[in-house]
Write a protein that binds this ligand. Structure first.
Ligand SMILES: C[S@@+](CC[C@H](N)C(=O)[O-])C[C@H]1O[C@@H](n2cnc3c(N)ncnc32)[C@H](O)[C@@H]1O
Length: 276
């Protein structure tokens, strides 16, 4: 179902204004393939009548469905495992040492998709750092996409999803069988709080975080939006906190806000204090 250039341009501007996601001309195929099923289930003969309808009448729900369909939700458990190795070996133990008096740790997993990333962190905390019984650990996991958050809150994954990144030992320890699916155990789920959140214009979900993961989302956003998001993260990160990006992402738009810290196999970032 090809889309007219004028409708493609309108969709491109809609996506950028709502979520900051950029769709350049090379993404025509993506728009066509993702919106075909939206058009079909909303009762339109093809994509152009769907877009024509959005352009001429206000339909908040349908517009939201279209914007969500254009996002990329690719994720997996322990994605880029060397990040989790480093988190477990140095970053989290050092952070916990510095928080030994307060015994509180606030982690923000921004753009969590269907939940594999925050649950991976929760598994790591349970395994590597003991029972955590006397610690107040909170992982706030946020995303724009309501369908992704629904799955994340259910914590229910197919065999294909659990095979991507989970060892047999972790599957046995942290999941219960529910027919053909695997469901996260309550011990893990209680560590993660899922919230709907738009990176482009919502204020940070808490005033202070010790660790922020914002991985594999800035690559889809404009530099201007990335800069604003990173500035807000800078304002919410503890002075001795850490920021982790995806393995192919950099902090080009805000070089003065964060300092690179090289670990064995990953780069993470520490906030640079703002000049008053
Ligand atoms: C490719 S996934 C990355 C998931 C996970 N962080 C990882 O690395 O595996 C990108 C996620 O960013 C979310 N996203 C995109 N734009 C967003 C925005 N403006 N606000 C919040 N979430 C957004 C998408 O819904 C998607 O779930």
């Amino acid at each position: 179902m090809p889309v007219t250039p004028s409708n493609f341009d309108w969709i491109r501007r809609l996506a950028e204004s709502r979520t900051g996601n950029l769709l350049d001309a090379t993404k025509t195929y993506l728009v066509e393939s993702r919106l075909s099923s939206v058009a079909e289930s909303a009762g339109f003969a093809s994509i152009d009548p769907l877009i024509d309808s959005l352009r001429s009448t206000t339909n908040v729900e349908l517009e939201r469905t279209v914007v969500e369909a254009l996002l990329t939700h690719e994720t997996s458990f322990f994605r880029d495992p060397h990040y989790f190795d480093e988190l477990g070996a140095t970053i989290l133990p050092e952070l916990m040492k510095r928080r030994q008096t307060q015994r509180r740790l606030n982690i923000w997993c921004a753009a969590c998709s269907s939940g594999q990333e925050p649950y991976s962190l929760a598994m790591l905390l349970q395994e590597q750092l003991g029972g955590l019984n006397d610690w107040d650990v909170r992982i706030v996991a946020t995303d724009y996409s309501r369908p992704m958050l629904e799955q994340a809150r259910r914590g229910s994954y197919s065999a294909v999803e659990t095979q991507r990144g989970l060892s047999a030992a972790r599957l046995t320890r942290f999941f219960q069988r529910d027919g053909s699916r695997h469901v996260v155990v309550p011990e893990l789920r209680r560590l993660v709080e899922f919230r709907e959140f738009n990176l482009v214009n919502d204020p940070p979900p808490m005033s202070r975080f010790d660790l922020v993961l914002i991985r594999n989302v800035l690559i889809y956003l404009s530099e201007c939006h990335s800069r604003e998001i990173l500035e807000r993260i800078h304002g919410t990160l503890a002075h001795d906190g850490h920021l982790l990006l995806g393995s192919t992402e950099t902090l080009i738009p805000t070089p003065d806000k964060f300092a690179r810290v090289e670990h064995c196999r990953i780069t993470c970032y520490r906030p640079v204090p703002s000049v008053q």
